[in-house]
Design a protein around this ligand. Structure first.
Ligand code: CA
Length: 233
């Protein structure tokens, strides 16, 4: 089981991580809310332990952001505050459980195990990025209200990008999620498919949404910054 531990108090983070690793969890530690969102978007964690008060983006904001992106990972929120309001806010933001500091390590482990036993929370059905709406139930996409005529594979690519909206999605990740294991990662299929998706997504009048980072991957954003020059797909 791979965990993301988001905690800015380094001694606490280290001691929790040490205990969890002894129980055979793989643990990544980040110390602020921006890094938390990036890590949650790029890695498939089994659970996130999320402190409420964090630098750059607080835990509620992080939780809202990862849910907005359709990431359904269970979230256990930590807080030093005991106010009922925080608890309510945490659940509204999409947290699955709540633990008030200070807590016993055994209590944390018990709550985590309970979360990991639960069936996966429902993944957001509808993903929204700017004027793009991706409906994962009907597997359809609308841009500014206009239905995009996507093939199954083009849709799969768009949904994968939309689930990680704002984050850089590597070519390897696309290869792994849009094709099966037999896909040749050295073929140019990703580039070809990306070009086809672009033509349908970014029509003549629409702003561009897919940014290309050469050698790194692609990013779906409401308004792409980079000009057409320099785009290789
Ligand atoms: Ca804190």
């Amino acid at each position: 089981m791979r965990l993301l531990l988001v905690e800015d108090e380094a001694p606490l983070a280290e001691s929790l991580a040490r205990g969890l690793r002894e129980l055979s969890f793989a643990v990544d530690i980040v110390a602020d809310g921006m890094d938390a969102v990036t890590h949650a978007a790029l890695n498939e964690y089994d659970a996130i332990v999320l402190d409420l008060t964090l630098p750059r983006r607080d835990g509620l904001d992080v939780c809202r952001e990862i849910r907005r992106r359709g990431i359904a990972v269970p979230v256990l929120m930590l807080t030093a505050r005991t106010a009922l309001d925080d608890k309510v806010l945490g659940f509204d933001a999409g947290a699955d459980d709540y633990l008030v500091k200070p807590f016993a390590f055994a209590e944390l482990v018990a709550r985590l195990r309970a979360l990991l036993r639960r069936p996966r929370a429902t993944i957001a059905d509808v993903l929204t990025v700017g004027d793009l709406v991706v409906d994962t139930r009907s597997q359809t996409a609308l841009r500014a209200g206009r239905a995009l005529p996507l093939t199954t594979r083009e849709y799969a690519l768009l949904e994968h990008l939309a689930r990680h909206a704002g984050a850089l999605v590597s070519r390897a990740s696309i290869s792994a999620h849009v094709w099966d294991d037999n896909h040749d990662p050295f073929s140019n299929n990703v580039e070809v498919l990306m070009a086809r998706l672009r033509r349908k997504l970014e029509g003549v009048r629409e702003t561009r949404m897919i940014e290309t980072r050469r050698g790194a991957g692609y990013r779906l954003v409401p308004h792409a910054a980079d000009p057409v020059a320099g785009v290789d797909a």
